[in-house]
Design a protein around this ligand. Structure first.
Ligand SMILES: [Mg+2]
Length: 457
């Protein structure tokens, strides 16, 4: 993982110390010795994480953080405050200033790398979302990104797996009003609970009398339903090796006991935020796929979708010796509707037609807009006789009820011609099936329109 880290400290020796460690992990490092320089570097872009000293002359770290977080151009850059040891009040002030995380001096190597890597991952998700938001104008994503965690109304759903009662009580108290917390003392039960409920974070204690907590981490990572749930390990002093093993297995972060409330809150916040970004990204991918196979005007499937699925439906019907029928519908004299009522009027007719079409077919039928005013319905398990009845029902429903156009209650008469064909026993192909339906439609048109012609076997 490569990323650009900005180290801000007024003491050059401190800057160098962090710089050397980060360079050893192949991060790119930028430096600044005061607040204004740090802000300028962030504004120029390309900073992935800021490591920010609190105590600096003139402008202190809190002020720098506040300014970065209040500027939309820099608000998305994760900020880690570096505070003096045991300065709990500093941590509180840091969180209030919008800091994403904090480290205490002297900075421990494992903590430094875990947090920086975790925030770099969060930043890359945010960047991806910002990119998509700007290319797809996805309002939902813009809103998600601009939302401040503190003002988010939904508390994260969290599972704590810890068998020590006193520890559980402490954590419950710390997260009161900050998380919707479920607790279990049994790691086996915890595994099933994590698989059955969609948690936004799972916290696992390392202190079990006779159970290896890393086994649970690896089980959660290997199960589909829990693969992406953030895991925070609650470890004891001196368990560095276990933590490193855990990080290799895919845990996302860890906390050392005794647990500090501000630290717990900050770490949980980062993990939950990342999970929510991730979920949003996945949803937007799904949405993109849906858009690619959906007709924007009518909400029916589009021709691309039909082309990729008709062969499958056809093959399945032939293999199972089941009937399959297709109907092609074409609105009569649609050009004159467009001419008389404009394209908006034409669009209204198409939408209403699609609505009536959908109402008259089953869920397993594949209804799509084939192009222009032509629609195709593929009906599995339907023979020619039934398909013709369905087509006739649709034709009648279109002809009997005039279509409303515009806001002033104007209505117009619309009719439709339909061609129906069915898979033939023996040798048949998708192309031949479609060709017969097309031929039937042509006959319906030339026979006077507003009628169904079936080329049933
Ligand atoms: Mg300083």
């Amino acid at each position: 993982m490569t990323a650009r880290i900005l180290v801000v400290d007024d003491i050059p020796a401190n800057v160098r110390l962090l710089e050397v460690r980060l360079l050893a992990e192949y991060f790119e490092v930028l430096t600044a010795s005061n607040g204004p320089d740090a802000i300028e570097t962030c504004e120029n872009g390309k900073v992935d994480v800021v490591l920010l000293d609190v105590m600096m002359p003139d402008m202190d770290g809190f002020e720098v953080c506040r300014r970065l977080k209040s500027d939309p151009a820099t608000a998305h850059i994760p900020v880690v405050m570096i505070t003096a040891l045991d300065q709990v009040s500093d941590r509180v002030r840091g969180l209030e200033a919008g800091a994403d995380d904090f480290l205490t001096k002297p900075v421990n190597d494992l903590q430094l790398m875990t947090r920086v890597k975790s925030l770099v991952r969060l930043k890359s998700l945010t960047d991806e979302l910002r990119l998509r938001a700007s290319t797809t104008r996805n309002i939902g994503i813009e809103e998600l990104l601009s939302r401040n965690y503190a003002s988010e109304d939904t508390m994260p759903k969290v599972l704590l797996i810890d068998e020590r009662k006193s520890s559980v009580e402490r954590i419950q108290k710390m997260l009161r009003d900050r998380a919707d917390l479920d607790v279990t003392g049994d790691p086996h039960a915890g595994f099933f609970q994590a698989a059955e409920t969609s948690y936004e974070c799972v916290m696992i204690s390392t202190a079990f009398a006779d159970f290896d907590p890393l086994r649970l981490c690896s089980q959660l990572r290997s199960l589909d339903r829990t693969r992406f749930v953030p895991i925070i390990l609650l470890a004891e002093e001196g368990e560095e090796e276990r933590i490193i093993r855990g990080l290799e297995l895919g845990i996302n972060d860890y906390l050392m006991r005794p647990i500090d409330q501000q630290e717990l809150t900050a770490r949980l916040r980062t993990q939950v935020r990342r999970k929510r970004y991730n979920d949003q990204l996945r949803a937007s991918v799904t949405q993109t796929i849906e858009m690619a196979v959906t007709d924007g005007l009518t909400g029916l499937h589009n021709r691309r979708y039909l082309d990729s699925h008709l062969q499958t439906l056809f093959d399945r019907a032939v293999a199972r010796r089941r009937p399959l029928s297709v109907m092609i519908t074409d609105l009569d004299r649609f050009k004159s509707i467009n001419d008389a009522h404009g394209h908006d009027g034409g669009d209204e007719v198409l939408r209403e037609f699609a609505r009536r079409l959908r109402k008259n077919v089953r869920g397993i039928d594949l209804a799509c807009r084939f192009g222009g005013e032509e629609f195709v319905v593929v009906m599995p398990d339907t023979d020619g006789v039934v398909a013709e009845k369905v087509a006739e029902r649709i034709r009648a429903e279109i002809a009997q009820m005039p279509f409303a156009i515009g806001a002033d209650g104007k209505t117009i008469e619309v009719t439709v011609s339909v061609g129906v064909s069915s898979v033939l026993k023996g040798v048949d192909t998708v192309a031949a099936l479609m060709k017969r339906a097309d031929l039937a439609l042509y006959e319906a048109k030339s026979g006077g329109r507003n009628r169904v012609v079936a080329k049933a076997a």
